[in-house]
Design a protein around this ligand. Sequence first.
Ligand SMILES: [Zn+2]
Length: 217
Amino acid sequence: MAKGIACPKCRTLIEGDFSIGETLKCSSCHLSFDVGYNDFQRYQVVKQEQQRELLKQQQKKEQEKVNQQQYEINLQNESKVKKITRKILYVIGALILVSFGFKACFWPTDGSAPSSQSTSAPERNADGTREGTQDDAKYFSSWDGSNSELVSYVKQGMKDPSSFEHVETRFSDKGDHYRILMTFRGKNSFNAVVTQQVTASLVKASRTLSDVHEVNK
Ligand SMILES: [Zn+2]
């Protein structure tokens, strides 16, 4: 006969080789009952239920383990993606800086005479220079582009200041100061009219010149 029965009251499994009609006492609920055919069937049913429940819990545990692993992998991937994204942003930033630096090098003296309709956004001329802005117009003549401080300075050093003739002034805005390159004509010590160039820095706030040098050709 089948092994084991299940208690008809509390369904506790009682292992053993029992016969129909045998009187038993459940150790769990202390019920005394005569073993019937149904008690053997119940044993099979409860046993299967318990096995299914056990299997379910094992599967659940494994699924949780897999989920945890997947979660950790996702975290790792996420941090990798973040690192890569940060690197890409750094590279883009560096490229932007390099391209600005390149432009600054390409147009070292990029100012022309400020025009009357100039705006804060400088427009590039065909030769790479730009129109002066309204800010530049405070320092450079909108008539011929010259800087009055530098003109006065150069005239003071000339033997014949009346021979001074402005040709062209180019400048580069360095933020707090301008770098200026002025081309001019004038009589030299031999009374010959020569074209000369001078470079200088002009501090915007104080309108003072420094670093004035003749350009020797
Ligand atoms: Zn019982």
